[in-house]
Design a protein around this ligand. Structure first.
Ligand code: GUN
Length: 289
């Protein structure tokens, strides 16, 4: 039987409408959730992502500021701007779009962001909180994956989860969030021997590799949940994921398409985190929630 398609666009729409309602409530208290985005250089993909983030802010009635800098900006100038935004009460979330130019120390920049405004969930304090199961800003793509599963009524507890990829942004935190949900987690990566032997045992398979058609049907256990985090172009220049969708959907139980699966959730969870950051500025609201 063909897999059920996990419609990230629809789920995203539903969650965004819930966020918009909460933004309206906050506005009655004279708080407008504010996101500051810092973009360095001319990376086209980064530019596109940043535009989508700003558009989402506008659509949800949030305040957004964009700070654009040339590739040649000095690290100290960037750090000064972050420090200024850390103290700006109209800004609740700060996001520095990655990657940064080589002469800038990415770790130092991320660590300069106040953990209370780190809506990307990249600061070591938030990563530590996530690992120890405390309240934290969760990284947006992994968080989006967990919300997709929850919305589909899929419980990860006791399941074999295989994550392919070990990036700080997607692979590592995805595995951690599944562990927090009591799954048995295996991380696979470029040095993994016999990848297929692992993926064939996966009840939930998460692919964050970045190669078109990397996961073919023979890598998938019958009935598995397949989460495709890849954003690639196929030979016709069309957007596609890591998974050979047409054949994979014949064996999987559930599958996310690309586009329209995980992608829309990333920005939705960024909006959610920004709202959460703004709410934290409101002691009265915190008491009732
Ligand atoms: N570059 C690619 N993905 C992301 C993301 O989620 N956040 C930031 N800040 N940079 C990115």
């Amino acid at each position: 039987m063909a897999a059920q398609i996990i419609n990230g666009k629809e789920i995203s729409k539903k969650i965004r409408s819930e966020i918009a309602k909460e933004v309206d409530e906050l506005k009655k208290l004279n708080v407008i959730p504010g996101l500051a985005v810092i973009l360095v250089g001319n990376n086209q993909a980064s530019r596109t992502y940043v535009k989508s983030k700003q558009k989402a802010c506008q659509e949800l009635g949030m305040h957004s500021l964009l700070f654009e800098y040339p590739e040649t900006i000095e690290e100290s100038e960037l750090l000064n701007k972050i420090e200024e935004l850390n103290h700006d009460d109209t800004i609740h979330g700060i996001l520095v779009q990655l990657p940064l130019p080589e002469h800038i120390n990415e770790v130092k920049v991320i660590e300069a962001i106040s953990p209370d405004k780190d809506v990307d969930g990249f600061h070591p304090i938030n990563i530590g909180r996530m690992m120890t199961g405390q309240d934290a800003f969760l990284p947006c793509t992994p968080y989006g994956i967990m919300v997709l599963l929850k919305e589909m009524g899929i419980d990860a507890a006791g399941k074999n989860v295989v994550v392919i990829g070990r990036s700080n942004i997607v692979g590592k935190p995805s595995g951690q969030l599944f562990l927090n949900e009591n799954a048995t987690v295996t991380y696979c990566h470029s040095k993994t021997k016999d990848l297929k032997a692992h993926t064939k045992k996966a009840d939930i398979l998460v692919s964050a590799v970045g190669k078109a058609n990397f996961i073919t049907a023979d890598f998938i256990k019958e009935g598995a949940v397949v989460i495709d985090v890849g954003i690639n172009r196929n030979e016709d220049g069309k957007l596609c994921g890591d998974v050979a969708f047409e054949e994979a959907k014949e064996i999987a139980g559930y599958i996310t398409p690309v586009p329209g699966g995980v992608g829309p959730m990333t920005i939705t969870m960024l909006m959610y985190n920004t709202l959460k950051a703004a709410k934290k500025f409101q002691p009265a609201l915190q008491k009732t929630k």
